[in-house]
Design a protein around this ligand. Structure first.
Ligand code: CP
Length: 313
């Protein structure tokens, strides 16, 4: 458990966090944000600590920002991917993790295609584990950086209407954001075709819409999702063109939204499918702010789990 007030050994999902934990992470991230704006973006906070990034699924944003976060905190950071590891020789994830733990790392960051992979590691390892995305289950650091982005633009999420649009069934981002936004007082809707909607999604307390215009009418924040083709066996819609026509955000349907709406996307973006280029690059979009905030949020997570007792800013 970190010595800095976070009541957790690991960060496995937003479902496990209290609102006070989320507030502490965000408050810490805001302090590291200042470090990230300096000419010399490095503090000694995690000197002598070792962070191992295990990425068994492709990633650009999450992997890079966990690496940058660790390095800006002066931790020793090691990156391992499936293809360059002994997993390719038949070693199990758990055996591999136990062997890595024998080298005494402090924090293991794990992305894996199987839901629950980080939970298994956390059960058997003494090192803290951060879930960097596990199958269609959770992506907690994404929801936290999304929250930071909304807070920076709106000040609070209390009472905001947030619409999450697209492939809800396969989206760990949707699940983590639903938990996070509701804990912070927002009202969440999910919008998408029935074939991309989990049967029992309403049990999470969200409103469910199948028509884009109905789902976005009241939205203060719109989170567009990528179709998770890597998790889809049989196409849930006739064609990408059809999907884009019914569920993509474009220069026509953006005009029906609130004038101060924020358009978000966790990336990677499929331009012309879930979002048109002029919207992704336009005035409503905060997509690159999300990426920027990811570094500060991940610095906060590493710091809070590390046992370090000073931000050393
Ligand atoms: N948002 C996100 O997880 O992006 P990457 O897959 O590039 O890490």
């Amino acid at each position: 458990m970190g010595s800095s007030g976070l009541n957790q050994k690991d960060i496995l999902g937003i479902e496990d966090l209290e609102r006070s934990d989320i507030e502490l992470i965000l408050q810490t991230a805001r302090q590291f944000e200042e470090v990230n704006k300096r000419a010399i973006k490095k503090v000694p906070t995690l000197r002598g600590k070792t962070v191992i990034n295990l990425f068994f699924e492709n990633s650009t944003r999450t992997r890079t920002s966990f690496e940058i976060a660790g390095k800006r905190l002066s931790a020793d950071v090691i990156n391992i991917s499936a293809s360059g590891s002994s997993l390719s020789k038949g070693e199990s994830l758990l055996d591999m993790a136990k062997n890595i733990e024998a080298m005494n790392p402090d924090i293991i960051v794990c992305r894996h295609s199987s839901a629950g992979a980080s939970h298994i590691l956390s059960r058997y390892l003494k090192a803290s584990v951060i879930n960097a995305g596990d199958g269609a289950h959770e992506h907690p650091s994404q929801a936290l950086l999304d929250l930071m982005t909304v807070l920076k633009h709106r000040g609070s999420v209390e009472g905001l209407n947030v619409a999450i649009v697209g492939d809800i069934s396969h989206s760990r981002v949707a699940r983590s954001n639903i938990y996070c936004l509701q804990k912070m007082g927002a009202s969440v809707s999910v919008v998408g075709p029935a074939s991309m909607m989990p049967r029992d999604i309403a049990k999470l307390g969200v409103k469910v819409h199948h028509r884009l215009n109905e789902g976005l009418k009241e939205a203060d924040i719109v989170m567009m999702l990528r179709i998770q083709r890597e998790r889809i066996v049989q196409s849930p819609f006739p064609s990408l063109r059809e999907y884009a026509r019914h569920y993509g955000i474009n220069h026509e349907n953006i005009n029906a939204l609130k004038k101060d709406v924020l358009i978000m996307h966790p990336g990677p973006v499929n331009r012309g499918v879930e979002i048109d280029p002029e919207i992704a690059d336009g005035p409503y979009s905060v997509i690159l702010d999300q990426v920027t905030n990811g570094v500060s949020v991940r610095m906060a997570l590493l710091y809070l789990l590390s046992g370090a007792n000073s931000l050393s800013l």
